[in-house]
Design a protein. Structure first.
Length: 132
């Protein structure tokens, strides 16, 4: 494994001109995308986001992920904070290869997993060769 593979990645804050009703920063979640013959699998890191605080929308070939972090009332004074707490937001454009009606999602320990099944016409298939 290369040394570069083990470097920590900075959390990217979302730069937007939209107004928010919450006084917390918004971050772009880190995402990995995997492909199999049947589907694309999208894995997004959203620490602190639970199943009740995630919203996934598909509209006009746009997939939008939003996660809200519940911030408890602080009882102690923060002396040092190296980890920024905030909400998450990310958008993707979906192609025709995805069957948008069959997208599934789950979240566990702050990791959101989406399965984006490929449309039947885009799945690889074997063609049998006939003799004679």
């Amino acid at each position: 494994m290369a040394e570069k593979d083990l470097e920590a990645k900075e959390k990217m804050e979302l730069q937007t001109t939209a107004e928010s009703t919450r006084d917390v920063p918004s971050y772009i979640p880190a995402v990995d995308i995997y492909e199999s013959p049947e589907a694309l699998t999208l894995v997004a890191d959203m620490p602190g986001v639970g199943p009740d605080n995630v919203a996934i929308d598909v509209h006009d070939n746009h997939l939008t992920l939003r996660g809200t972090v519940t911030i408890e009332g602080e009882k102690e004074r923060v002396l040092l904070q190296e980890y920024g707490v905030g909400d998450y937001s990310r958008e993707f454009t979906l192609g025709r290869a995805i069957d948008q009606t069959k997208i599934e999602a789950s979240i566990k320990h702050g990791v959101l997993t989406l399965t984006l099944p490929k449309a039947e016409a885009k799945k690889p298939r074997k063609i049998s060769v006939k003799t004679g």
